[in-house]
Ligand binder design. Structure first.
Ligand SMILES: [Cu+2]
Length: 145
């Protein structure tokens, strides 16, 4: 085989690898400090909190999926007439190059009807579904806080 054949093969391989790296951009949304608030065994509602660092373009979190809960909603705490109330959101906006913190008293992910009682330090996995048709699996630890 000729040198020309080999060099085109090598160039082609490098091109292919660089395409794969571009598609495997898994760190676009970096998720940190994901935790679920521990609740008494009879309780049916808790919440999931985390920090979402969006290193790329503006994107929306469309849904959060988990087999462990029968219903998951996005909520925002709002102060109305001096009273705090929760408002449901259809999506959570993740602005470009910003850290979005889902925290108690702020925007949070409400979890309804766990399949089992939660225990402290238990790990629960969730799938985050984004508006660019990508998704990411995360693990959250149950914490007393
Ligand atoms: Cu809520």
């Amino acid at each position: 085989m000729s040198i020309r054949y080999y060099s085109s093969l090598i160039i082609g391989t490098f091109f292919f690898i660089s395409i794969c790296v571009a598609y495997a951009d898994k760190d676009k949304i970096e998720v940190k400090n994901a935790w679920v608030r521990s609740i008494p065994s009879q309780a049916v509602v808790t919440a999931l909190y985390m920090d979402l660092h969006n290193k790329g373009e503006a994107i929306e979190l469309l849904s959060v999926e988990s087999d462990f809960f029968s219903e998951i909603q996005f909520h925002q705490m709002k102060k109305e007439d001096g009273m705090m109330s929760m408002q449901q959101l259809s999506t959570i906006n993740l602005p470009s190059k910003q850290m979005t913190k889902l925290i108690p008293g702020g925007t949070h992910i409400m979890l309804f009807s766990p399949k089992d009682a939660l225990s402290v330090d238990q790990k629960i996995s969730f799938e985050l579904v984004f508006s660019d048709e990508t998704s990411q699996f995360i693990e959250a630890s149950v914490k007393k806080q």
